[in-house]
Design a protein around this ligand. Structure first.
Ligand code: PLP
Ligand code: ZN
Length: 450
């Protein structure tokens, strides 16, 4: 297997174009040693071009939802684009990717769109898109361990979902995981996931940005490998969201993709995926990318208003979209580059807007987490402004499963999120267990009165 794949090569490359230093993927390195910029995984596109765009499409289509390992994963069925040197025996996979592209004719029609799809990245092993990157990171760690690189543990700072993914994939591979969480700032479901998977969970009296600072220090220690998305191996897995969406749309490019962002790794990954699909001839045009931020954690939005001429980190205020409560995003430079090359937009959503948007879309059969709520609220806003126009085709990236955010859903329907639309709150009726009163309730319901 590996012998057929080794003609595809990948390496780390500094994103600062005037530096462009390269490093071996087996080296423990997260930032450029010369200039301190982030790295990206760079693929030998000439080797990949030996297949035409159509040949790649056919190959990927032939592997989609296969029962044969490792094509049982939406990452490893595109392995040549991700981590070509990984051996089958090194792959740490829990069937990530291959998530449903939800569509509802009724929803699209109500918004007068030519098509609306919600990419359900949260329907995944640990309930968020973080699985897509973590499978690649743990696979590369295994590859390095096989070559004698002394890694004793993997570590991350997390706003919730990264730690769940890291703990699960590390447990599967039998590698110790260390997790730093901001005390009291993640949902109960998110907190209990790494605990169950046996990770060392350390709660710090700070916010995500404070946890990030600590994990950067800790991973300077040889032997503790950094699993945050500043490690660009994660991006390689997340990148497959783009070709997978295209594949599910039968390789037709939508007009818009809306994605919520915090640390801004995922929007960069999305862009990288489309860019690769374009460079290798699978598509001829690009979608426009919209990055959606919570108003309470909106440093990129503020920078966008100034045409990205400056960027200022901020102290993020609490938001229901807790996974994107980030004021000092690690991947900001990558994200700005992506947005510029995808004619991108940044828009924000308030707490009320994100809550209402999630609930409104739930009425079409979805079950939205608050981050998807941010993206949906931004969709409504851009439609109202006329930026997104009638008849256009839109994909919204849903980043986590709503079941991780039961407190949020409960609070909304109990009417406890101030400023939200009371008409959207659905309350449970209590009723005597007798046919008469029950029929009265049903009659009221069917007349639209309650
Ligand atoms: C991590 C996360 C995000 C933000 O992704 P970034 O790469 O940090 O921008 C959004 N939504 C959910 C549910 C997440 O877990
Ligand atoms: Zn550099």
């Amino acid at each position: 297997m590996s012998s057929t794949l080794t003609r595809y090569k990948a390496e780390f490359r500094c994103i600062n174009e005037s530096c462009a230093s390269v490093y071996d993927l087996n080296e423990v390195v997260y930032e450029c040693k010369k200039c301190g910029s982030l790295l990206e995984v760079s693929h030998d596109l000439d080797a990949l071009r030996e297949k035409s765009g159509q040949e790649w499409k056919d190959l990927f289509d032939s592997r989609f939802r296969s029962v044969k390992f490792p094509n049982t994963s939406g990452i490893w069925n595109k392995r040549e684009w991700v981590l070509p040197h990984a051996e089958n025996s090194e792959i740490v996979s829990s069937g990530e990717g291959l998530s449903h592209l939800f569509s509802s004719d009724r929803f699209a029609k109500d918004l007068e769109l030519g098509g609306l799809w919600i990419k359900q990245c949260g329907i995944s092993h640990t309930g968020s898109f973080k699985d897509l990157g973590m499978t690649v990171l743990l696979t590369q760690v295994r590859h390095m361990l096989n070559r004698g690189v002394p890694i004793r543990a993997v570590a991350c700072a997390s706003s919730g979902d990264t730690s769940a993914a890291l703990a699960s994939y590390a447990a599967k591979a039998g590698i110790p995981a260390i997790i730093f969480l901001p005390a009291g700032k993640v949902s109960q479901a998110q907190l209990i996931q790494p605990v169950s998977n046996g990770a060392k969970v350390i709660a710090l009296e700070t916010d995500f940005d404070g946890c990030m600072k600590i994990v950067k220090e800790v991973t300077k220690e040889a032997g503790i490998y950094l699993a945050n998305s500043m490690n660009s191996l994660r991006i390689e897995g997340q990148k497959t969201i783009a070709p997978e969406i295209l594949q599910q749309l039968e390789w037709e490019v939508p007009d818009w993709i809306i994605i919520p962002g915090g640390n801004l790794g995922n929007v960069s990954a999305l862009g990288a995926g489309f860019e690769m699909a374009e460079k290798l001839g699978l598509i001829r045009k690009r979608p426009r990318i919209v990055l959606a931020q919570a108003e309470n954690a909106n440093p990129l939005y503020l920078s966008y208003l100034k045409n990205f001429h400056e960027f200022a980190a901020m102290d993020a205020k609490p938001t229901l979209a807790s996974a994107i409560q980030i004021g000092n995003p690690v991947s900001v430079q990558k994200a700005i580059k992506t947005l510029k090359s995808f004619n991108g937009i940044v828009e924000q959503a308030s707490e009320e807007e994100l809550s209402d948007a999630a609930a409104r879309a739930d009425l079409y059969g979805l079950y939205n987490d608050p981050h998807t709520g941010v993206a949906l609220a931004v969709l409504y806003k851009l439609l109202a402004k006329g930026t997104i126009q009638k008849g256009e085709k839109v994909v919204v990236v849903s980043t986590a499963h709503g079941l991780k955010f039961t407190e949020f859903k409960l609070k909304f329907h109990e009417g406890k999120i101030s400023g939200t639309d009371p008409k959207l709150a659905n309350q449970i009726r209590s009723c005597r267990p007798e046919t008469g009163p029950v029929m009265d309730e049903i009659a009221k319901f069917l007349q639209g009165k309650s």
